[in-house]
Design a protein around this ligand. Structure first.
Ligand code: ATP
Length: 298
């Protein structure tokens, strides 16, 4: 669906994108992560045909977006960061208006239901909350029944329940066979939705993987954390590598051999009749991996 090689973009000599290669396959939710100013929006705008590139080869749905025609535009849905709803029209009227621009639009009612606006469909767009307006933006991107949908930070400003339903909606797009190019700053969003993640930093791609494998996450040591039993010092623990996590008495053990470590810990605690509270065993969170990738010097 998308093939990019050697993409470069300079603004007055400043290289915002410095030789990016990307491939996005049909039906996947591709997630683009990176700190503020990393070059995500610049890249996405080039892929959408909204910005001319300095150099590189770009194919979206087999075409160069710089030379794309109306037919190509009708196959691509775009949700921009800023809203473009018509304040005087109701949600339904707005969608009916936009549906008229396409030769084969989706049913307005179906799209209203897909974005969870059934109960607000007769309300003027100008009277909707920020999160509900965002849903209208998504609905407008879907009304033309595009094959490829760009979602740029689609849940910014949503309350937790609205974010969950937006995730269900985006997952629903995958079920419909759509390809989704998602930009987000929320790691839980990437974890919940992404088939594949690419991380960009200062215009250069620094990692690629699934939420499970990104940055070697699947090979990283397990982190075992718990609270030290009252009156017990850290050097009394049966594991040499234990260290204090913070002032609250929490302890961290990093272990590649999680079962033997847990066994010696539980044998020790049961033997002394200690209660180990707040026990947690996990791989590094996606956020830990992401921060390590984007903060460490390249
Ligand atoms: P954010 O997460 O904040 O949206 P981003 O990854 O989308 O950031 P871009 O908006 O692509 O980043 O910006 C990349 C770099 O290019 C930044 O340093 C930005 O200041 C610069 N830049 C973006 N647009 C322009 C422009 N029109 N003129 C000059 N510099 C620009």
């Amino acid at each position: 669906m998308i093939e990019v090689s050697g993409l470069r973009m300079s603004y007055d000599g400043f290289e915002a994108v410095q030789g990016v290669d990307l491939r996005v396959s049909r039906g996947e939710i591709f997630t683009f992560l990176g700190p503020n100013g990393a070059g995500k929006t610049t890249t996405v705008e080039i892929l959408e045909g909204h910005r001319k590139r300095t150099a590189g080869d770009v194919r979206v749905l087999g075409e160069d977006p710089e030379r794309a025609d109306r037919w190509w535009r009708s196959r691509v849905g775009v949700v921009l960061q800023s809203s473009r709803v018509e304040p005087q029209l109701t949600v339904r009227e707005c969608l009916e208006l936009y549906a008229g621009y396409y030769s084969a639009p989706r049913s307005v009612q179906e799209v209203i239901e897909l974005v969870g606006l059934k109960k607000r469909s007769e309300v003027r767009c100008g009277h909707l909350s920020g999160g509900q307006q965002r849903r209208v933006d998504v609905a407008l991107a879907l009304i033309g029944d595009p094959e490829l949908v760009f979602l740029d930070e689609p849940t910014t400003g949503f309350d937790p329940a609205a974010r969950r339903s937006a995730w269900e909606m985006i997952d629903g797009l995958r079920q419909l066979g759509k390809t989704v190019f998602l930009t987000t700053h929320y790691m839980d969003e990437a974890e919940a939705l992404a088939d594949r993640i690419v991380v960009i930093k200062a215009g250069v791609i620094v990692a690629e993987g699934t939420p499970t494998t990104l940055g070697g996450r699947d090979r990283a040591a397990y982190q075992i954390t718990f609270s030290l039993p009252e009156g017990v010092e850290i050097d009394e623990l049966p594991v040499a590598s234990a260290r204090e996590l913070d002032q609250s008495g929490k302890v961290l053990i990093e272990s590649g051999q999680v079962m033997p470590t847990l066994r010696s810990l539980s044998d020790w605690a049961i033997g002394h009749q200690y209660n180990i509270s707040d026990l947690l065993v996990r791989r590094p969170a996606l956020e830990d991996v992401y921060l390590a990738l984007t903060e460490a010097p390249k």
